[in-house]
Design a protein around this ligand. Sequence first.
Ligand code: NAP
Length: 305
Amino acid sequence: MKVAIVGFGKIARDQHVPAIANSGAFELAATASRHAHAEGLPAYPDIEALLAAEPDIAAIALCQPPQVRHAAARAAIAAGRHVFLEKPPGATLSEVVDLARAADDAGVTLFASWHSRFAAGVESARDWLAGRTIRSIRIDWKEDVRHWHPGQQWIWEPGGLGVFDPGINALSILTRLLRGPVRLEAATLEFPANRDAPIAATLAMRTTEGAPIAADFDWRQTGPQTWDIVVETDAGMLRLAEGGNRLFVDGVERPLPAEGEYPALYARFARLVADGRSDVDVAPLRLVADAFLAGRRTATAAFED
Ligand code: NAP
């Protein structure tokens, strides 16, 4: 199946292009981006031009910032194309619900992807936790924004999520590990004086059974970076490290499958299209929305790139 990428930025180049190239199911056929293109392929300035010129491209991967993704997704769905949404699936919950409905009505697949759910250790961790009683969960997601998001203005604007842009990856793993819904109780959000999105946040949540979940997201960490989830249970301690890609049980590392996150995402997208289904889980975005709804806001030092 031919696929086009819209928004040819960092994640499109780093992950989507190689994952599509190595996928047996997809062939990259074009891009739509204002300032960039893939060498040797048809390139369009925007999705409308792409959709009009390329009726044979059946699938569209949307890799722009979340603030502009809804309009593009609506256009692709209206043109009868299957849609792969980068995470987060939108800037608001209601626009994602709108897309899910539109895809259903049009009979096309909508895949709201959460790449961290496809990290190597997540399914093994979910299996290990089944049948155990969780006592507490601790999430530390701390990285250097200057290293990972240099010059990305959209990430600091309303709808860009700030530190929740990486933090939502932790929440996507959390909501996959647990079998019941997670409830947010309280949050604090630190906004730089000159920015519209938080640079740090803490979340207090609970599992369905009442076990506490504490999450600490921070974009000011220099030196070693931390993407860890630790689960204390009645029968041992589980630690997912490096964004879900390494798994330890009581301190002993477990061997994991080698498939990367994006190849697994494209394999999932291919299966959904073949089965005529969609996959739209808003649970991680709902927790972020709740943190913005219920969180206490504080001002912190201005941030310059
Ligand atoms: P990026 O490097 O800024 O690329 C996004 C591209 O979208 C831009 O290069 C730009 O290309 C296009 N675009 C269209 N409208 C835009 C607008 N109004 N403002 C800015 N750019 C616009 O961002 P990214 O890191 O690839 O992230 C894109 C999405 O992927 C985000 O939702 C992010 O959470 C997700 N993601 C990123 C990573 C990562 O490691 N970077 C990992 C996983 C997921 P043109 O100017 O050519 O149109």
